[in-house]
Design a protein around this ligand. Structure first.
Ligand code: ZN
Length: 304
């Protein structure tokens, strides 16, 4: 879609074909037309090669749940495909442990937390999670998934308990100076209010579903949103309205995407809304993810 399958370079305003190379581009194009007319099999091969080229574009998945994947082989497949940075989120004790087991601080980075759905755990389990985060503060990439959910989850775990658990993790994140990945389904107003009240700085609102106005409030505070692999005209408008510096891409696999590979679709959504090449979007969003989670600092704490 973004690469000229005939080898004449990237098509569009980011084309590397400068004036000096224009002639070369022209001849490549002629060769391409010639090959389509005369040798369709060769052209197919070229398309395949270029597809492979696109596949190795480096991508970053800012939010997923590797412990829930159907097949563990999907992790290696995703990394090979180009998703070289994967941030996996724990949602309860079991998935936090699994996230730490999987993290290599090279391609896979762990976030630990208790999400709204599991916020009904006892105080002893909450304390255990807080202790685990403290003990591993230099090794993990942040606290998540945490947040509020006023959808169906509200019937399972009351709003007050959700707020208690969310608040405890925000205090911890501030104390340890760790970024947070926040869930906000049907609760974005309270989430923004709570984050502001606590004076949070390093905030990632995952699967942002709010309005343009709320996205701008988030941007103004220096927080980031991430885009899932589901497009809508509303999402496109939000992406257009805020700076790409405040955006990351996520697969939310296997809840939304099937595997982290599906972050490719999220990046395509951003590229389309921002009217930039796929590769440029992938590069910028990868940079944002590495910078936000300070992944470059994690290598020195590796214990593997
Ligand atoms: Zn999630």
């Amino acid at each position: 879609m973004y690469l000229n399958p005939c080898g004449a370079g990237i098509v569009g305003k980011d084309s590397p074909c400068g004036q000096d190379a224009l002639q070369e581009c022209f001849y490549s194009l002629l060769a391409c037309i010639y090959s389509i007319i005369n040798d369709p099999m060769d052209t197919k091969q070229l398309i395949k090669e270029k597809t492979v080229e696109k596949q190795v574009t480096e991508m970053a998945d800012a939010h997923c749940h590797l412990d829930l994947l159907e097949d563990i082989a999907q992790i290696a497949e995703s990394i090979r495909y180009g998703v070289r940075t994967i941030v996996t989120n724990g949602v309860n004790t079991k998935s936090n442990m699994r996230a730490m087991e999987l993290a290599d601080n090279k391609n896979i980075f762990a976030m630990l937390g208790i999400d709204p759905e599991h916020a009904g755990v006892g105080d002893d389990e909450l304390e255990f999670t807080i202790k685990t985060i403290r003990q591993n503060a230099t090794r993990i990439s942040g606290i998540g998934e945490i947040g509020l959910d006023y959808g169906r989850v509200k019937e399972k775990v009351g709003v007050e308990r959700q707020k208690e658990v969310f608040g405890a993790f925000l205090e911890l994140a501030k104390e340890l100076r760790l970024p947070v990945s926040v869930h906000s389904r049907d609760a974005i107003v309270d989430v923004i209010h709570t984050l502001e009240e606590k004076g949070m700085e390093m905030v990632h609102i995952h699967f942002f579903e709010g309005s343009v106005q709320q996205a701008k409030e988030i941007e103004k505070r220096g927080w980031l949103i991430s885009v899932p692999p589901i497009n809508s005209s509303k999402r496109g408008k939000i992406i257009k309205e805020i700076a790409i510096d405040n955006i990351m891409a996520e697969s939310d696999a296997p809840v939304v995407g099937v595997t982290p590979r599906d972050v490719e679709k999220s990046i395509e959504i951003v590229a389309e809304a921002k009217r930039i090449e796929f590769k440029r979007a992938a590069d910028l969003l990868t940079q944002n993810t590495k910078k936000f989670f300070r992944l470059h600092t994690k290598g020195m704490f590796m214990r593997y």
